[in-house]
Design a binder for this molecule. Structure first.
Ligand code: GDP
Ligand code: K
Ligand code: MG
Length: 297
């Protein structure tokens, strides 16, 4: 096997909504992790693989660390924390517009037991005055010994290349873990389901987004660059099914139209998308359901 100048695994952790998935997608240059302004958008670990001629960095996007309120929440926090033990470096991401709080301190306590280099990544600097950054940095610097500190904007791309370069240079020589053209560890059908769930997150409110899971039933390539995609949206209660379908099917149609555009970008072909909605009572608190929906420990 060919040895690369730099290769390894880098975890991105932080509270919900600080911009972890946005950063990952920016680095990879394609949407492999869905994003939204809702906490707990990301439920699984997602690897984003960045390969150049002499290096390979495998970024691991994680669910935001929060106080779990269901079996699903438990799974998500465990998924995030467990990555800390087997990576070469950690990016601890915080939001420049939010002071250090209990959620950050909880993570910092866990990070104290990590021996690998830890970068403090201060995201969303497009939203703050430069003068406010210095006290912000000072406050975090006192809390933990960071290898480096990078203020960035994942949304606008500020300082992201620089951060990528610094992390890459830190990694030791090692194997190329994935083929050069592979950008994520998840199969196409996982991302397709996530792209449908992203639209549900965007278009619904309150408890509905958190009660939804999506399963891809079929991806079938047909003639003339057309792909048939079938997916089921799983909810916890029949009232939620009603909301998702909407009056005269209007909501489901809107979800379908938006999701189809995203799936077309992913697959590079015209897509014909069929969606169903199914009730699976309280799936978020049932171990068997969690496993069958892809949230397994
Ligand atoms: P995650 O939960 O940490 O993965 O966060 P997401 O990537 O889902 O982003 C949460 C929200 O923050 C979304 O609405 C993003 O558009 C927004 N966001 C992410 N990065 C930035 C940034 O650099 N600047 C601003 N202004 N918003 C951002
Ligand atoms: K989010
Ligand atoms: Mg995320």
């Amino acid at each position: 096997m060919e040895l690369m100048k730099h290769s390894g695994f880098v975890a991105i952790i932080g509270r919900p909504n600080v911009g972890k998935s946005t950063f990952l997608n920016r680095i990879i240059g394609q949407k492999i992790a869905i994003m939204s302004d809702k906490a707990q958008t990301t439920r699984n670990k997602i690897q984003g693989i960045y390969t150049t001629t002499d290096s390979q960095v495998v970024f691991i996007d994680t669910p935001g660390i929060h106080k779990p309120q269901s079996q699903l929440g438990d799974y998500m926090v465990q998924a995030a924390l467990s990555t800390l033990n087997d990576v070469d470096a950690v990016l601890f991401m915080v939001n420049a517009t939010q002071k250090r709080g209990r959620g950050d301190n909880f993570i910092i306590e866990r990070l104290k037991k990590v021996n690998q280099p830890i970068f403090l990544v201060i995201n969303k600097i497009d939203q703050v005055q430069p003068n406010d950054l210095l006290p912000f940095v000072e406050d975090f610097r006192q809390a933990l010994d960071f290898r480096e500190i990078y203020p960035i904007s994942a949304l606008e791309g500020i300082n992201c290349e620089e951060l990528l370069g610094a992390v890459t240079n830190l990694l030791p020589a090692g194997p190329q873990y994935y083929p050069a053209d592979q950008i994520t560890d998840h199969p196409e059908r996982f991302i397709v389901a996530e792209l449908v769930r992203e639209q549900v997150l965007k278009l619904t409110r309150q408890e509905v987004p958190h009660s939804v899971a999506v399963v891809t039933e079929k991806i079938q390539r047909q003639d003339q660059q057309k792909v048939l995609v079938q997916a089921t949206i799983v909810v916890e209660r029949s009232s939620q099914k009603g909301i998702l379908i909407g009056r005269g099917g209007k909501m489901l149609k809107q979800i379908g139209t938006q999701a189809r555009k995203q799936i077309e970008l992913l697959l590079g072909d015209k897509v014909f998308l069929e969606l169903w909605v199914k009730v699976q009572k309280d799936w978020r608190d049932r171990k068997v359901d969690l496993q069958s929906l892809g949230y397994q420990p």
